[in-house]
Design a protein around this ligand. Structure first.
Ligand SMILES: Nc1ncnc2c1ncn2[C@@H]1O[C@H](COP(=O)(O)OP(=O)(O)OP(=O)(O)O)[C@@H](O)[C@H]1O
Ligand SMILES: [Mg+2]
Length: 250
């Protein structure tokens, strides 16, 4: 997936509001890339552009070597709010993208049940979302994105609403699933630690009008384990990113 010189302006109370300004970035096949940026800088807007829900004011979206600006249905997307449908059971929610893609329910339900068990949701296949805790709902929403047929996934702050311990569990869990699947991922987070723990590369974004201020290669080998969090290099990188983000946020 590649973004070429994406800019986005909105009309706000009769004034032009430039949100994204000349954003070019790429995610290679099987790569895990994170975006860190201040609140309101346009991260979700960028995902809406990639997903074809919003037409950019300028620039192009490329997937698999083709220009696909404005085309829907090409990516798997986990929005910032989990957006499980309350009237569908957990397994019906998980197979939604496959249903839209015309994959027979019998096949996708069997696969969904297998995965629900792997993520600790066995027994909840036929439950409705309101019965599940926040963390369980996030896992179900994540499975829906993971099992959708598109190879490229956009995850918008999937763990933001979780408490610190559940969040760490989910990060470990996501890492192990991703290391088995190697899907291409673009991941939005406010947590520097989370981005360093999970990613191959990180883009740091400025405040509006938003540009890319830095691109960071994360040097830790895979498979990664939690121990990496206490390595001196991890702490150094974390502090560097923190200092950069603090500078742009004043
Ligand atoms: N359809 C729209 N019309 C007008 N302004 C919009 C529209 N969509 C987004 N914006 C503006 O674009 C800016 C970026 O919003 P966006 O939701 O993309 O930020 P974000 O980086 O995802 O923030 P957060 O970290 O809080 O989720 C905001 O100022 C928002 O008000
Ligand atoms: Mg957002």
């Amino acid at each position: 997936m590649e973004l070429k010189q994406i800019s986005q302006t909105f009309m706000e109370n009769g004034k032009i509001d430039t949100v994204l300004k000349d954003i070019s970035l790429h995610v290679e096949k099987g790569e895990f890339v994170s975006i860190i940026g201040p609140s309101g800088c346009g991260k979700s807007t960028l995902f809406h552009i990639i997903g074809g829900l919003v037409a950019p004011s300028h620039g192009e979206v490329w997937i698999d070597g083709k220009e696909v600006t404005g085309q829907k249905g090409l990516i798997s997307y986990m929005p910032q709010t989990h957006a499980l449908f309350p009237w569908r059971t957990i397994e019906e929610n998980v197979i939604l993208a496959q249903e839209v893609a015309g994959i027979p329910a019998k096949q996708s339900i069997a696969q969904a049940r297998e995965w629900l068990a792997k993520v600790g949701l066995a027994g909840y296949e036929k439950a409705y979302p309101h019965v599940l805790s926040g963390g369980m709902q996030q896992r179900a929403a994540f499975l829906r994105a993971l099992l959708s047929p598109q190879e490229f996934m956009c995850l918008d702050e999937p763990f933001a609403a979780l408490d610190a311990l559940t969040r760490m569990d989910m990060q470990r869990w996501l890492l192990s699933i991703w290391e088995q699947n190697k899907r291409s991922v673009l991941f939005v987070t406010h947590s520097i630690e989370e981005a360093l723990f999970l990613s191959d590369r990180i883009y740091l974004l400025s405040d509006k009008p938003t540009t890319i201020i830095q691109e960071i290669e994360v040097p830790f080998p895979r498979p990664r384990r939690e121990e990496v969090l206490s390595e001196p290099m991890f702490q150094t990188l974390k502090q560097k990113i923190y200092a950069t983000m603090k500078r742009v946020h004043v």
